[in-house]
Design a binder for this molecule. Structure first.
Ligand SMILES: Nc1ncnc2c1ncn2[C@@H]1O[C@H](COP(=O)(O)OP(=O)(O)OP(=O)(O)O)[C@@H](O)[C@H]1O
Ligand SMILES: [Mg+2]
Length: 293
């Protein structure tokens, strides 16, 4: 089955992984399969995982390979429909009424409607990928509302009636799992847990994202980050931190710092918590030694 709303040629998870790679995103087989199925079946893709494992970047890469614009709704506690759906441009309505004098003015015309990400995705389902980022930060009320949206892809605007999408938009949801999502929401989606990448894949990501980093350096950083992730840290480093550590250490090395020192001096791009730093500092030499080729 080729992906609906078809982008020619993406007829298998392998093929999707290939074009994602061209867009500088390395998906393992399971992620490529989930993403492929979500696209092929027209279902939302729910990506869950620790911070920095590539959830948001995955959505961006999917938008890029589909040749669509990514419309992002960043969730937070207290997010409401005005931020997610639409707002009326109140000052503009007021101005129009004043300027119209005694004339009739339709203050609910398109000119006054400010589309927020969810409405925008409904209005342009063929051209957008809707990213609902960090849904676990929103409250349960918003999640229930989202569930409704994902069921029938329509929005009711009291002054305008119901706006229904001509086709299902592509939707990617992400969660850091700071809380469990509703069963009903999960059921609507194709679910994938993104784990930290295997060392080979992470080294490949480092070299792909930071082309100036040497192969050996990438491997050492990946091994060190792997060791850090096994420590009881408040904030374990994500893939972004791995890439940055490799870049930063390479830079310091080019400026004359010898190897283990360059890694050590760049530790501030990996650990960003005072207690974590204090805890790791006495162990860092040993961790880096364990990575030496
Ligand atoms: N599979 C991957 N292929 C290529 N780059 C990746 C991949 N995974 C992660 N990265 C790199 O890691 C960075 C962080 O990823 P991203 O911001 O998507 O993480 P996240 O899971 O959304 O994190 P958070 O929960 O903190 O928002 C990306 O900018 C990218 O450089
Ligand atoms: Mg993110």
């Amino acid at each position: 089955m080729a992906i609906r709303r078809s982008i020619v040629g993406i007829d298998s998870p392998d093929r999707l992984a290939g074009v994602l790679r061209d867009a500088q995103y390395l998906a393992d087989d399971e992620l490529a399969t989930s993403a492929y199925l979500a696209l092929a079946l027209g279902k939302p893709l729910l990506l869950e995982g620790a911070p920095g494992v590539g959830k948001t970047e995955g959505a961006k890469a999917i938008a890029s390979v589909l040749g669509r614009q990514m419309v992002r709704l960043q969730c937070y506690e207290g997010i409401d429909s005005a931020h997610a759906l639409y707002e009326w441009n109140y000052p503009r309505q007021m101005l129009a009424i004043r300027q119209a004098g005694n004339e009739y003015v339709n203050i609910y015309a398109d000119d006054f409607l400010v589309a927020r990400p969810m409405l925008e995705a409904l209005q342009h389902p063929a051209d957008t990928v809707l990213l609902i980022d960090e849904i676990d930060r929103a409250d349960h009320e918003f999640e229930a509302f989202l569930l409704e949206f994902l069921s029938d892809f329509s929005i009711s605007i009291p002054e305008r009636g119901t706006i229904r999408a001509q086709q299902h938009p592509v939707v990617v949801l992400t969660s850091n799992r700071t809380r469990e999502l509703h069963e009903a929401l999960r059921r609507r989606c194709v679910y994938h847990w993104i784990d930290y990448p295997a060392p080979e894949r992470e080294a490949e990501i480092v070299m792909m994202r930071a082309s100036q980093v040497a192969h050996d350096t990438a491997w050492r950083v990946v091994a060190a980050v792997g060791a850090l992730r096994r420590e009881p840290l408040a904030k374990a480093p994500g893939v972004a931190e791995t890439v940055e550590w490799a870049e930063a250490a390479t830079l310091l090395h080019e400026q004359g710092a010898p190897w283990p020192t360059a890694f050590k001096r760049a530790i501030g791009v990996v650990l960003k918590d005072q207690d974590d730093l204090a805890f790791i500092e006495p162990r860092l030499d040993q961790i880096l030694e364990g990575t030496a080729a």
